[in-house]
Design a protein around this ligand. Sequence first.
Ligand SMILES: [Zn+2]
Length: 271
Amino acid sequence: MLKPLPVLALCAGALLAQPAFAQTAEVTLARIDCGTGATPTNVNERFSDTFAFKGLSLVFTFSCYLIKHGDDYMVWDTGFAPGTSPNAPKVSLADYLAQAKVKPEQVKFVGISHFHGDHTGQLAPFTNATLLIGKGDWDGVTATPPMTGANAAGFKQWIAEGRKVEPLPLDKDVFGDGSVVILKTPGHTPGHSALLVNLKEKGPVLLTGDLVHFRENYESSGIPWFNFDRAQTAASIDRFKKIAANMKATVIIQHDRRDIDKLPAFPAAAR
Ligand SMILES: [Zn+2]
């Protein structure tokens, strides 16, 4: 008769949290336009709690990503839904995926960096996917009432239809081979995540989510006024920068237009 072995179960959990780095499947990464800033943003007003950027205005971009791992697909962030904001994309994520000959129902994982509306506006088409979301954000979305800033409406259908969700308490090695790792980087929101994608030719790529919004804030480890937790953000930026340095990774700031051409224009993908 088999008895439960709590110690082994614990070890298995610990192993799962450690990227294995033994990938064999081919991995590709493509950027999809998920919106463009309608007007420049004065970043000093909302995006620096130390008054660091007097007079600096930037037009933000909004980015989604498609990752192919062997025959499996993952989407990272879903942008605004078309027509919902002046910054919203003109073409839907599903229509972009069609250009790459991918049907939304083929997508196995939808990972989101955090629960804000500009990252969670197009969850609806991914009917068969498992949603990967930091536990702190999932708790914020499902709280009554939802946490301030959480785009609970974006998840309504997902919850009502009982689609698959994996709230992440720690990092997540998505495919179990170290090729795609969701990095726990809380602070912008309670369950914020960044993404590491290890590509064979291009090398490691780090996607920031909204850990930082633009290059100047990344370089100076600057923090917006409206973040959930300043100390957590500072610690997460520190971790992220150390990973970037140790792995000699390409860092892509998702909202920074100057980082768009670090990946080939869609539907081409880095590999
Ligand atoms: Zn954002």
